[in-house]
Design a protein around this ligand. Structure first.
Ligand SMILES: C[S@@+](CC[C@H](N)C(=O)[O-])C[C@H]1O[C@@H](n2cnc3c(N)ncnc32)[C@H](O)[C@@H]1O
Length: 188
């Protein structure tokens, strides 16, 4: 059975991350991805979660408390500043779930310049074999522009350094979301 885009994102992260790893949720939103990362890296691991909205940080905090997850630092700031907050020199994985917070103010959306700056920062400090997942929703105003910028950037990443996968249902209407997975290759 084909996995939907979000399930596929989570399965790839579960496959790639191990207990004790360091991972980033660049867009916490309702905290579903943060929870997945927290459970996957376990108590010996560490997760950093970012969102610009207080409401998203609060929702994520509540979700983590419900599940007794204590390995997460939540930061209310733009993900383009993420390196200012991360104590470790390198990390193992990250997820960006782009777009707006469901059931909330649809005018607060991720935007191409900060998204690209954050992806670039993450890739710089990603360990070999590390994985970055981008889930791209683009049906809202500004979404097409961000999608095009992200596709242009990721499709031009050096193939000697990264493998880049696109997972997309190509016969769906309504600009359904799709996934980009970037894996840093091992140094040879
Ligand atoms: C599609 S939602 C994320 C869904 C979330 N990962 C989940 O599991 O529920 C996108 C989120 O990105 C946040 N966001 C927008 N611009 C941002 C930025 N520059 N830095 C960090 N978060 C941002 C929004 O506030 C929103 O909560």
């Amino acid at each position: 059975m084909l996995l939907n885009v979000l399930t596929c994102a989570h399965e790839l992260l579960k496959e790639s991350l191990e207990e004790g790893d360091v991972a980033i949720d660049a867009t916490c939103g309702n905290g579903n991805d943060t929870l997945l990362l927290s459970r996957t890296v376990g108590p010996s691991g560490k997760v950093y979660g970012f969102d610009i909205q207080e409401q998203a940080i609060q929702k994520t905090k509540e979700k983590l408390q419900e599940h007794n997850c204590q390995n997460v630092s939540l930061i209310q700031d733009s993900h383009e500043s993420l390196l200012n907050y991360i104590e470790e020199d390198f990390f193992d994985g990250a997820i960006f779930n782009l777009g707006y917070l469901p059931k909330s103010d649809k005018s607060i959306v991720t935007k191409a310049p900060s998204t690209l700056a954050a992806i670039e920062a993450v890739l710089e400090r990603l360990k070999p074999n590390g994985l970055v997942i981008l889930v791209i929703y683009y049906g809202h105003p500004g979404g097409e522009e961000e999608k095009d910028a992200v596709l242009s950037y990721t499709s031009q990443l050096d193939q000697k350094a990264y493998q880049v996968l696109q997972y997309k249902f190509i016969n769906q209407q309504n600009q359904s979301p799709f996934l980009i997975a970037i894996e840093k290759k091992k140094r040879s």
